[in-house]
Design a protein around this ligand. Structure first.
Ligand SMILES: *Cc1c(COP(=O)(O)O)cnc(C)c1O
Length: 487
């Protein structure tokens, strides 16, 4: 047991030495970021590194910050999935920015508690939410919250939808206050939707997955019919989820038609714009996501097509009172006294399930101000142009076909040598993908579309140059030729 006068602290013993180490950390991080193109996007983890990172006993004795940093530099930093690299186009990931990294460092240094309270960081977050609302065509007085990712943002949007449209007090009664509540979306919806209805206790059976057309957009007439059939059975439809950019192919639902349908049926209209919503920042691309601004709630990431480092996403809710009513709960120890530190209360704690939250808003605030929305929109437009050009070029490679319209920034393609059974083609495409990744050439990802295995190039990458795509095109041509000849 320590003495109460020991004066122990976790601050550095020697601030001068710590400062030198901290400067090295910043320098190394920026050096690494500035030279990404010189390395392979992905390097398998060597066996000794894997062992060191998985078998170490709980460290009881101090190793010292310098030694731990050296270990991070050697064993952790080099072995990522590659998403910062200029030739990373897998799934939908973002690649982060230098300014975003520094902003996160500043935010961690401040260690601000963002439930609310009367402090400048709260004003920064409110300002950022108002800017994001404006940029998405929402009213500036819409409510919103910065959260960890698109999944969380979407889940919160659906929670507000359920509270607003259940027809009874869902906070009090849970799922026991009335008929089954049902939600309508497309078969192409991201997995968050199923997680949400499961988490809410509504069950996966509450999620109606309506078929899509040839362009992978939801069939609105089929959705209308599904709603009518459910009503006839006595269920209670509450919400339509539209996609502004599906995860597989970036297909964009007819959002105006869905908004009209939601209005006619008195349903909540939620839009998952995880990455696609960011197209609204560009006046040229904004028409592609038209109708999104009519949503009751909209979820989008800033760590994908906003290029910011993980984690950051936003949910916007048009009706601020509906948002608050879903989550607000003020225990006596958190009451707004109208003055002092707690003046203004805890607005962010009242907009979601989290109480303690970090200062995620700082990287958005600094980036929007430093770059301006226009410059971010320019990079987004560049990504769309790159995807369109890549789609056209890859389709010119022998036996390669583009299998979904390039509606935004995602190209789905497939190697389809003639006279080869589809299942064998699937295996060849998997092999093609793994060779591209393992050679250190680039990182596309794989998926299923129309029951067939495909390769996807998804460009939310501000570091990609056209020469990076040419490298992949050359690789696809070379590797498919090798597969053609049975190699
Ligand atoms: C990525 C994605 C999500 C989930 O967002 P996270 O930030 O990964 O939680 C939801 N919907 C779509 C369409 C996505 O692309």
């Amino acid at each position: 047991m320590r003495n109460h006068q020991d004066d122990l602290t976790l601050d550095p013993d020697d601030w001068h030495a710590f400062r030198a180490l901290a400067h090295r950390m910043v320098d190394d991080s920026l050096d690494h970021m500035a030279t990404l193109r010189d390395r392979a996007p992905w390097t398998p983890i060597p066996a000794d590194v894997r062992a060191a990172l998985t078998a170490e006993p709980l460290p009881h004795e101090p190793q010292g910050a310098e030694r731990v940093y050296d270990e991070f530099f050697e064993r952790v930093l080099p072995y990522t999935n590659g998403n910062r690299h200029p030739r990373f186009w897998g799934w939908i990931q973002g690649n982060g920015t230098a300014l975003g990294m520094m902003a996160d460092m500043l935010a961690a240094g401040m260690n601000a508690h963002l439930a609310g309270l009367d402090q400048a960081p709260k004003l920064v977050e409110l300002q950022v939410i108002a800017w994001l609302a404006e940029s998405m065509g929402f009213p500036r007085d819409a409510s919103g919250l910065l959260v960890s990712g698109g999944s969380m943002a979407n889940i919160l949007g659906l929670a507000v939808a359920r509270h607003a449209k259940a027809g009874y007090d869902v906070r009090q009664e849970g799922m026991f206050g009335g008929p089954r509540l049902t939600v309508y979306t497309s078969t192409e919806v991201h997995s968050w939707a199923q997680k949400a209805v499961e988490l809410f206790g509504m069950g996966n059976a509450s999620l109606r997955r309506v078929p899509v057309d040839a362009a992978l957009r939801v069939d609105v007439a089929a959705m209308r019919a599904a709603i009518a059939a459910d009503r006839a059975r006595g269920e209670r439809p509450i919400c339509i989820i539209g996609s502004a950019g599906t995860v597989n192919s970036a297909a964009i639902d007819d959002l105006h038609a869905l908004a009209d349908l939601a209005k006619a049926e008195d349903l909540w209209f939620h839009v998952d714009g995880a990455f696609g919503a960011l197209a609204a920042l560009s006046p040229e691309l904004a028409p592609l996501v038209a109708g999104m601004e009519r949503a009751d709630s909209l979820a989008f990431d800033l760590h994908k097509w906003g290029y910011l480092p993980y984690e950051i996403a936003c949910v916007l809710v048009r009706d601020a009172e509906a948002h608050r009513a879903t989550f607000a709960l003020t225990p006596t120890y958190l009451r707004d006294e109208g003055r002092g530190v707690i003046a203004g209360g805890l607005p962010f704690a009242d907009r979601g399930p989290e109480l303690t939250r970090g200062f995620k808003a700082l990287k958005v605030w600094m980036t929007l101000k430093a770059e301006g929305v226009g410059r971010i929109a320019d990079v987004i437009e560049q990504n769309v142009a790159q995807a369109r050009a890549f789609g056209a070029a890859v389709a010119r490679i022998a036996h390669v076909e583009v299998v979904a319209p390039v509606s935004l920034n995602v190209v789905c393609f497939r190697y389809a040598p003639p006279g080869v059974a589809p299942e064998v083609q699937d295996a060849l495409n998997k092999e093609l993908l793994l060779r591209i990744q393992e050679e250190g050439l680039a990182i596309p990802s794989g998926s299923q579309l129309g029951g067939r295995y495909i390769l996807r190039v998804s460009c939310t990458n501000h570091r990609s140059q056209w020469s990076d795509f040419v490298a992949l095109l050359d690789g696809v041509a070379r590797l498919t030729a090798a597969l053609d000849s049975g190699a």
